[in-house]
Write a protein that binds this ligand. Structure first.
Ligand code: SAM
Length: 258
């Protein structure tokens, strides 16, 4: 994987030491942090004009210098763009299951570089969790934002509003669609991906991975996925917990794309 490099003439390319923030607002030449990020920077890190950081503004990363601090906002001048790796073309359809473990999975797949996470309400997602999911989405976006920042991503994955499984499985668009299914024996995730990537001739297609809830998929759900062109794939003979399956599937996919 390419290591990040700053293209500007002001620094010596040692970007791993510069702390990274995700801008709340920005234009062509400046960016600002507000709210929690700004107060952390001002009060804990004792921000001063002239201090240097990396700023993610939209899908670009900048070497930036603090230009001013007013109240609870920090304004930066964007000095020079920093090369960054784009997100991987991976979408994870993550069935809703116990929130603490689901949130762990959401954080880890963000660190691994996915572009999009779609929380899905599966037949065996617990009722009270499915009902509470829409109120949880903002928290999930915050978790993804923090994980993106911590892992020095140049973007934040999109966390969609929770969708019924049927709607998510039927979504249009060109993609390799792989259903993680513990009872599958013939095809491993790795083999299915290698075949699809070979067929795609290095033009990386979007890869969609669907992982089930704690109780797994129902037979009707598997039939629906099948009708919509999803291929069942295995992560091996052991039954993994839902969060382990989501993270492992993403790691295997990422390792073949990078
Ligand atoms: N139905 C299972 C049971 O209760 O015995 C467990 C389902 S498992 C905890 C949750 C999800 O993880 C599955 O629906 C599947 O998507 C994924 N998963 C777990 N182990 C897997 C494996 N070995 N291969 C592929 N997917 C797996």
């Amino acid at each position: 994987m390419r290591s990040p490099q700053c293209l500007c003439r002001f620094c010596d390319n040692d970007l791993m030491t510069r702390r990274r923030w995700i801008a709340d607002t920005w234009d062509e030449a400046t960016a600002s942090l507000t709210g929690g990020q700004a107060s952390h920077l001002i009060r804990v890190l004792r921000a001063q004009p002239g201090m240097e950081f990396d700023i993610v503004a939209g899908d670009r990363v900048w070497h930036a210098v603090i230009a001013g601090i007013t109240g609870d906002a920090v304004r930066f001048n964007l000095v020079a763009e920093v090369q960054s790796d784009p997100a991987l073309p991976i979408t994870v359809l993550l069935s809703i299951f116990k929130f603490d473990r689901m949130e762990w999975a959401l954080e880890k797949v963000t660190e691994l570089g996915v572009s999009r996470i779609v929380p899905i309400i599966a037949r065996r997602s617990e009722k009270h969790l499915a009902q509470a999911a829409s109120n949880r989405t903002e928290r999930w976006r915050k978790i993804a934002r923090e994980a993106a920042k911590q892992s020095r991503r140049s973007d934040i994955p999109v966390i969609e509003d929770p969708l019924p499984l049927k709607t998510a499985a039927r979504r249009e668009g060109e993609a390799v669609k792989l259903l993680l299914a513990e009872q599958e024996r013939a095809t491993t995730l790795r083999a299915a991906l290698e075949e699809s990537l070979k067929a795609a001739n290095d033009e990386y297609p979007e890869i969609r991975l669907a992982t089930g809830p704690e109780g797994g998929w129902t037979a009707e759900e598997e039939a629906l996925f099948d009708d919509e062109g999803w291929k069942p794939v295995s992560l091996g003979p052991r039954i993994l917990r839902a969060e382990t399956a989501a993270v492992t599937a993403t790691a295997v996919t990422a390792s073949l794309l990078e």
